[in-house]
Design a protein. Sequence first.
Length: 320
Amino acid sequence: MYVDYELLATLLGINAIGALGYYVTFSSGQFSMAHGAMFLIGGYAGGYLAMTYDLPLIATLVSAFVVAAAVGGALALALYRTRGLYFAVATLAFGGVVVEGAKHLEFLGGAFGLGGIPPYTTLPVVLVVLALLTLGVWAFDRSPLYVAHASARIDQDAAVVLGINVRSTRSFAFAVGGGICGVAGALYAGSTTIVTPANGAFAQSLAFLLMVVIGGANSWRGPLLGALIWTGLPELLRSTDEWRMVAFGVAAIALMVWRPQGLIPRRILGPGAREWLRRVAGRPSSGGATDDALPAPAAAAPDDAGRTERSLLAESAAER
């Protein structure tokens, strides 16, 4: 069976961008089911502006980011007092409103979608955007800003006591994460030349969530690996024909049982390996006060998730 590997690689890159966006939001402890809607908003914004005003590629992607980020930030502010399951349900409802609302907007094509979008998305474009956003998320992951996000995720009340503005932190995370998903949606629109309300359905939000969880929600590397598995594994199982999605589901369940924390922990190397690299690089030894005294994330028991996150947070702060 013929497989268009260039199209598959383009879809993989778009999924990876969307997963990075969800990771940024999830880093502050927000269990969102609205990022599929952000993907749709970005797709409509990018596609409509490219069609109507013939914007250059950079302006199209920036516009998609701004529109989706503005909606995401406003939603986070409106839902600030909701947490956990209530936040997830509220964002799920918002996603439904966006999808159903798009069906009644005639200038966006209504239920049939917005067609005739210029094909501005190519594989090199996706790879460049993915590289830039990965660099940005990597920098965020190593910055004090991530420590603030992780503090809000682990214990929001304690973060407030420590002087962290949780409202601003959560709003920033949702706005930036939603904006990145909007960029992914704009790239998808330029790849398929059509956007329909179905592109922002619950399944899209769930896909971004699973990419992050499967790959590892404690590291920027996790969403990239999760997107690779989510996009590539069904193609590898294509020989099983109609059973391939069943086989994919079984593999995902086995993965969650075997590695509930995801495939990639926040610290890939153990304390001993990091200490050895310090000596090889001629850097001062940590003396065991930071790295060696903390448990490796991969070795932590599933029921010690809270203690593991606190250890990771303390290690990140110590390294800075």
